[in-house]
Design a protein. Structure first.
Length: 410
């Protein structure tokens, strides 16, 4: 098979077909959050949902802050794929795998600092604090596997192998749901069971797909991966620059999610729990619309590698249009099924009541945000990371200032 014979016709149909497997994988990611929220929300006590909200928000911020391991991999790999430079693709993969291991070790060693920071910033009951510590003490050890998964997803997206990247994420999500549900419902391990389910699911998935990727590289590229010639100053400098820009951008983005949790905690544990529930709708829409963005990353990078301006512009225009139309459909479905979903997620009446009062925001966010997701994919694929870093810094700072004003006076 000639790997360079890929159509440069980035039509809506092509984007949609490449995005289909990503739809299902991206649907599986927030589904884990919905299931975990449901497991904690039906234990009859708000403290479980409050603890899982804070703990998962912090872990999400930490792990998503290193999302550059996926996004940086996509941009570089897709452009190298357009140039047919397969050996450098493999070196990029191995460099990021080594980098992920070093980052994971640092995060694990920082566990006491993470716990102390949570206790300082979040004022909760002692029981809720104990539950948070229980979750983090287990979940932090899943980070090495989760970062490896990030890189492998980026690798396959860069090669436009969206079916493989999707299978990876779906495998992780299904294992996570099955194991967490078993530990909570059958063994009554509550929040410990949710964290343990994520830990085991992450390592099983990472192990399976590392082995698969090794065989995939040998079969498709006829190259045996080796840890040699990885220390190239110019390549490392480019990798560090791209990754640092994405790191700063993602750090600000995930902080905005944590800020929502922080403001909710100040208002009370009921509002904290409701924010957790409503955020599942936003995350669900985001990951669904991100399917187009993920596909666009690979198409844009490949077009740039081929120096094909027409294919690049088609990818940009068509991805934005199809994403906005899909967002309108999502909002319409939320309008119909919102109350039914809320009733399933929690059996606490006050949480249901507060959730129903905020449906308006759940309906308008997907169409408004659809443009953001696609611009993310475009800039990542083009490795133009400084521009979208600056945009995120401006957005988050504006959000924090406005949210302080609105929560104080309204």
């Amino acid at each position: 098979m000639n790997l360079t014979r890929i159509s440069a016709n980035n039509s809506k149909k092509k984007i949609f077909l490449l995005s289909i497997p990503v739809f299902f994988s991206n649907l599986a990611i927030p589904l884990v959050g919905v299931v975990d929220t449901g497991l904690m929300g039906n234990l009859g006590d708000t403290k479980y949902l409050a603890a899982s909200s804070i703990a998962t928000s912090v872990m999400t911020m930490i792990i998503w802050s290193f999302g550059f391991l996926r996004m940086g991999t996509v941009g570089i790999v897709s452009q190298l794929f357009g140039k047919s430079d397969y050996r450098e693709i493999i070196r990029t993969l191995l460099r990021n795998l080594l980098l992920s291991f070093a980052i994971a070790v640092l995060i694990i060693l920082s566990k006491p600092l993470i716990i102390n920071s949570i206790n300082y910033f979040f004022i909760t009951s002692s029981e809720t604090q104990d539950l948070i510590i229980t979750y983090l003490s287990i979940r932090v050890f899943s980070i090495p596997a989760e970062l490896i998964i990030y890189i492998l997803v980026g690798f396959y997206l860069g090669l436009q192998k969206t079916n493989i990247s999707s299978l990876l994420v779906i495998t992780l999500s299904i294992l996570n749901i099955i194991l967490s549900s078993f530990f909570v419902l059958s063994l009554n391990l509550n929040i410990f069971g949710v964290a343990l389910g994520t830990l085991i699911a992450s390592y099983i998935t990472a192990t399976l797909f590392v082995l698969f990727t090794y065989k995939f590289i040998i079969k498709k590229f006829q190259i045996i991966p080796k840890f040699e010639k990885l220390i190239a100053p110019s390549k490392l400098l480019k990798l560090i620059q791209i990754n640092f820009d994405i790191f700063i951008r993602t750090l600000f983005l995930t902080f905005s999610f944590l800020w929502v949790t922080y403001l909710g905690a100040k208002l009370g544990e009921d509002f904290l729990a409701v924010n957790t529930i409503l955020m599942q709708f936003i995350i669900l829409a985001a990951f669904f619309l991100d399917a187009y963005a993920f596909t666009t990353e690979g198409l844009v990078g490949f077009s740039i590698g081929k120096r094909n301006k027409k294919a690049f512009l088609l990818a940009v225009n068509n991805s934005i249009q199809i994403s906005f139309f899909t967002a309108l459909i999502i909002s319409f479905l939320y309008l119909i099924f919102f109350k039914n979903i809320i009733a399933i997620i929690t059996d606490v009446e006050i949480l249901r009541f507060i959730s129903f009062k905020h449906i308006f925001w759940i309906l308008i966010i997907p169409p408004a945000a659809s443009f953001c997701y696609q611009l993310d994919g475009i800039f990542i694929g083009a490795s133009q990371t400084s521009e979208f870093r600056n945009a995120m810094i401006f957005s988050v700072i504006s959000f924090i200032i406005i949210s302080i004003y609105l929560t104080k006076f309204f």
